[in-house]
Ligand binder design. Structure first.
Ligand code: URA
Length: 238
């Protein structure tokens, strides 16, 4: 089956769009010609015969016409183990990006569901499905992000109490949701936060004059970075 459009050259359409308009654009045809093709039973949506040109097509629906693929965008989400020094961006003039680590023809379709600072390591989720990324990043959803944090000084009780209570961030005019702290040693903890403010973990510790010296994201909601996923590698999410 031939592709008239190469998928990697196609911007993913902002769904939904009417199937007759999509086909008209694809074939460079007017309304009458499109109607004829629909009436001739040549148009399939996800394998089913289309009888009405007004049917709406989502970004990840498959559309075929007379044996040719009009749209076959595949939904893809993946977890990536970000190494230190790689930037959480889709393009960067200076540094390697997380997208550069996904050596696939469709890598350019992906966007990030939450960023990490350049020297933070660990779990990054990439997807071409904006409803999935929104489900992880929308502040109202209060998705937990769990970090392993190593700092340069003792994590004393006042620090833990402040984190667990919530902290005022003047720049964003918000009080952070109560965080969870599991103290592992005097200078290391597991910290779960429910927002994704810029440099949030470093700023939380900086309030107490404590510097974060290593930061590693272990989980976002129910998505855990597997122990056997090496730094720089990625794995598709179901
Ligand atoms: N908080 C930070 O300070 N940096 C990160 O990369 C993530 C959370």
């Amino acid at each position: 089956m031939a592709f008239r459009w190469q998928n990697e050259q196609l911007p993913l359409l902002v769904a939904p769009v009417r199937i007759d308009r999509m086909i008209g654009k694809w074939g460079g045809w007017g309304k009458r010609r499109v109607r004829e093709r629909v009436e001739a039973g040549e148009v399939l949506l996800n394998g089913e015969l289309v009888t009405e040109g007004t049917v709406e097509v989502g970004k990840f629906d498959r559309v075929e016409l007379g044996g040719e693929i009009v749209q076959a965008n595949v939904r893809r989400s993946l977890m990536l183990h970000k190494p230190a020094g790689v930037v959480s961006a889709t393009t960067d003039a200076e540094h390697q990006t997380v997208i550069d680590l996904v050596h696939e023809p469709w890598a350019g379709e992906l966007h990030l569901a939450g960023r990490l600072d350049r020297f933070t390591t660990g779990l990054v989720v990439l997807t071409n499905d904006s409803s999935f990324s929104e489900s992880l990043t929308e502040p109202e959803r209060k998705i937990g992000k769990r970090y392993l944090v190593t700092v340069d000084g003792p994590i004393h009780g006042d620090v833990i109490a402040a984190f667990e209570e919530g902290m005022w961030f003047a720049k964003e005019q918000v009080v952070t949701a109560p965080a969870e702290v599991e103290l592992l040693s005097a200078d290391q903890c597991r910290l779960t936060i429910y927002e994704g403010k810029h440099h949030q973990v470093k700023r939380m510790f900086a309030r107490f004059g404590i510097k974060v010296i290593a930061l590693h994201r272990e989980a976002i909601g129910g998505i855990e970075l597997p122990d056997d996923l090496p730094s720089g590698a990625w794995r598709l999410l179901p």
